[in-house]
Design a protein around this ligand. Structure first.
Ligand code: FAD
Length: 309
């Protein structure tokens, strides 16, 4: 059995594993894909102290750092069920899809999240070549250029406001008849001179020249197809936490995020969580890495206090 078992080997999980191993704990790190979402990322310019890197490079560096320590890495494995300890200090179980069950006194859940896709032609082809999901990450790449934001909820409208300060023009497309965002955000958006809001505008295709995005087509309320020229399309129709496998065990909020306190503790004693899978605001690499460290230190605190049984 492990002292600390981390599920998910993205930035949060890798960081938790390093912090755990540095405490001399028997540490396991089980995940299906080392690096997590950063493996889908091209340019990274906001990993503080590293001016510029790429997802695969950063992922390889994380992996090499984890391998510096005595961490049992269980790769290409997905967790399918959590069996919480019957009492504080007891053993937790995690069932893997392979059928194996891992036991650990503390568990850190770092299974991350994924962006909901539009599912239209061009979206996959031009991912990282104009199709983006994170305005904090990729906004500056579009300085002075026209972009579109697909999605009229809070995250879409926040993204449009954010981007309007950087790019030349933002077109926000909402497929329904009205924006769903909070009124204060809508008011702010409408006050901006370089924003066009299109409602009943269903994005149907993202177009490009083979190397990058040049525009998009949407079906308007009139039933006709319309084209706009843009250099980027920010898809903001939801970030979905990878927490389905936890339903009925650890407490989740209405979005499916694991509810954590300021120490990364969940509703279950001995079970901690970190990164994009949790209620921690702002889904970013530096935040996930900090969160993983915090959850591991909190789990260590728990281990030195709880009676061993
Ligand atoms: P994740 O990176 O999602 O890792 C979770 C891991 O757990 C994954 O490997 C996942 O497959 C695995 N997993 C899921 N379910 C299970 C299961 N049941 N069992 C086992 N393993 C499981 N952030 C920045 O700061 N800067 C950027 O430039 C940037 N660009 C981005 C570009 C793109 C295209 C995307 C998608 C995201 C970007 N982000 C960026 C966000 C950043 O990647 C995330 O905030 C960060 O990766 C979150 O780390 P995490 O460890 O919490 O989760």
């Amino acid at each position: 059995p492990f002292d600390m078992l981390i599920i998910g080997s993205g930035p949060a999980g890798a960081s938790a594993a390093i912090y755990a191993a540095r405490k001399g704990l028997r540490t396991g790190l089980a995940g299906d894909r080392f690096g997590g979402q950063i493996m889908d990322t091209e340019g990274i310019e906001n990993f503080i102290s590293v001016t510029e890197t790429s997802g695969p490079k950063l992922s390889a560096a994380l992996e090499a750092h984890v391998h510096q320590y005595d961490v049992e890495v269980i790769s290409s494995q997905r967790a399918k069920e959590l069996f919480p300890a019957a009492h504080p200090g007891g053993m937790n179980g995690v069932a893997l899809e392979s059928g194996a069950i891992l036991h650990a006194r503390t568990v850190i859940i770092a299974t991350g999240a994924h962006w909901r896709h539009l599912g239209v032609p061009g979206e996959e082809e031009y991912r990282n070549k104009g199709v983006a999901y994170c305005p904090h990450c990729d906004g500056p790449f579009y300085k002075g250029l026209p972009v579109a934001v697909a999605g009229g909820g809070n995250s879409g409208v926040e993204a449009a406001i954010d981007l309007a300060g950087i790019v030349s023009h933002v077109t926000l497309l909402q497929r329904g008849s009205g924006l769903k965002a909070d009124k204060v955000l809508q008011d702010k958006l409408r006050s901006l001179p370089n924003v066009t809001i299109l409602t009943e505008a269903l994005t149907t295709r993202i177009e490009g020249n083979g190397t990058k995005v040049t525009g998009l087509t949407y079906r308007g309320g009139d039933g006709a197809d319309h084209h706009i020229d843009v250099a980027g399309v920010f898809v903001q129709i939801g970030l979905l936490p990878n927490t389905d496998w936890l339903r009925g065990t650890v407490k989740l909020n209405d979005f499916g995020e694991i509810i954590v306190d300021s120490h990364g503790a969940t509703s279950l004693p001995g079970v901690f969580a970190a990164g994009d899978a949790t209620t921690t605001p702002f889904k970013q690499i530096v935040i996930a890495i900090g969160d993983g460290a915090k959850a591991a230190l909190s789990a260590f605190d728990y281990l030195i206090r709880v009676p061993v049984s």
